[in-house]
Design a protein around this ligand. Structure first.
Ligand SMILES: Nc1ncnc2c1ncn2[C@@H]1O[C@H](COP(=O)(O)OP(=O)(O)OP(=O)(O)O)[C@@H](O)[C@H]1O
Ligand SMILES: [Mg+2]
Length: 312
């Protein structure tokens, strides 16, 4: 059976075709970074209007990439939430209309379930049980995944999401929006120990995360010292900030795997693309002897392949 996946929860319009036998056949994404860049964040009304224009094009693109037509589709899966309500409505209504007109099943998919299962897309099936970390623009959450649809929240952020911290710091430094990828690339050229920033919740009990104290510390540093005027100083600042984000995530995960003695941990969401986080979590997995499954890069940020997969 072919399943059409649709994702419009934020500012990416995406459509994917999943074959129940062969896996993902196509996954087309149309981003809106240029539309929102001048505002330093996503403008919901602009996002939903862009989806209206772009979604039909990405759906056609996903179908024609695999030389099939709407008549070949056996089911539709679309994100129903969480996300920007206007953006969600576009993809949800579009998907429901196709399913209704063609008399095929429609499945509403939770966006976070899409992220959570994305590390398994290329395997075809999901391994249970495991612990699943979602680190995205809106969420930093750790789930105990016991079976299909059986998810228990173990920890989440008390304030900002990890991706939000990357974006806010980048914005303060005039590095554009969204900032995660730029920070990652420039941090590779800097010294992670150059400036010491706080590791959120490090001394607190429990497994929750926190990133707003770190963000404020970076903003205070910029207020006191100004925006770095050399490439080297900027790269050192970014590397030091990124190290604090990565350390606070990895240190909490270490406590969690000790407590739950898990055989497998997964990581998904946009920040899972971060090279330093991928490297440090991989070393932790090696030291502690658990299997680490990270979403393939192309399935870290928002995409319809993960929605089609979770829907299936
Ligand atoms: N290499 C990277 N390093 C760090 N952060 C990154 C990297 N690449 C992308 N990001 C961050 O990932 C976030 C986007 O991820 P994603 O699309 O999964 O989030 P979202 O859909 O906005 O949020 P949610 O899924 O919680 O609703 C942005 O905050 C972006 O800065
Ligand atoms: Mg997302």
């Amino acid at each position: 059976m072919l399943i059409l996946g649709i994702e419009t929860s934020c500012d990416d319009s995406s459509a994917a075709i999943l074959d129940s036998e062969r896996g993902i056949l196509s996954n087309i994404i149309s981003g809106q970074d240029n539309i929102h860049k001048p505002y330093g964040g996503v403008v919901p009304e602009l996002a939903s209007r862009e989806h209206i224009t772009n979604l039909p094009l990405v759906v056609d693109g996903a179908l024609s990439a695999v030389k099939c037509a709407m008549g070949d589709i056996g089911a539709v899966a679309a994100t129903y939430g969480p996300g920007l309500i206007g953006s969600l409505l576009v993809g949800l209504s579009y998907g429901k209309a196709i399913a209704f007109a063609r008399k095929i099943p429609f499945v509403g998919v939770n966006h976070l379930e899409g992220h959570l299962l994305s590390p398994f897309i290329e395997e075809g099936g999901v391994h249970y049980p495991h612990l699943g970390l979602i680190v995205s623009g809106g969420h930093t959450s750790l789930y105990s995944v016991k079976g299909q649809g059986n998810y228990e929240l173990i920890a989440s952020t008390r304030d900002d999401a990890a991706g939000e911290a990357f974006d806010k710091v980048a914005k303060h430094l005039g590095l554009g929006f969204p900032g995660g990828k730029t920070v990652d690339e420039r941090a590779k050229l800097g010294l992670p120990g150059a400036i010491h920033f706080p590791r959120g919740m490090a001394r607190r009990e429990g497994f929750d995360f926190s990133f707003s104290g770190l963000k404020s510390a970076v903003v205070r540093y910029i207020e006191e010292n100004g925006i770095p005027d050399s490439e080297t100083a900027m790269n050192n600042l970014l590397a030091s900030f990124q190290e604090a984000v990565v350390d606070s995530l990895v240190d909490k995960i270490e406590k969690v795997v000790e407590r739950f003695s898990t055989p497998m941990l997964t990581m998904s969401g946009g920040v899972a693309a971060n090279s330093r986080l991928r490297a440090k979590l991989s070393s932790l997995a090696e030291n502690k002897g658990f299997t680490l499954k990270i979403s393939p890069m192309k399935y870290c940020t928002d995409n319809a392949a993960m929605i089609a997969f979770a829907g299936y």
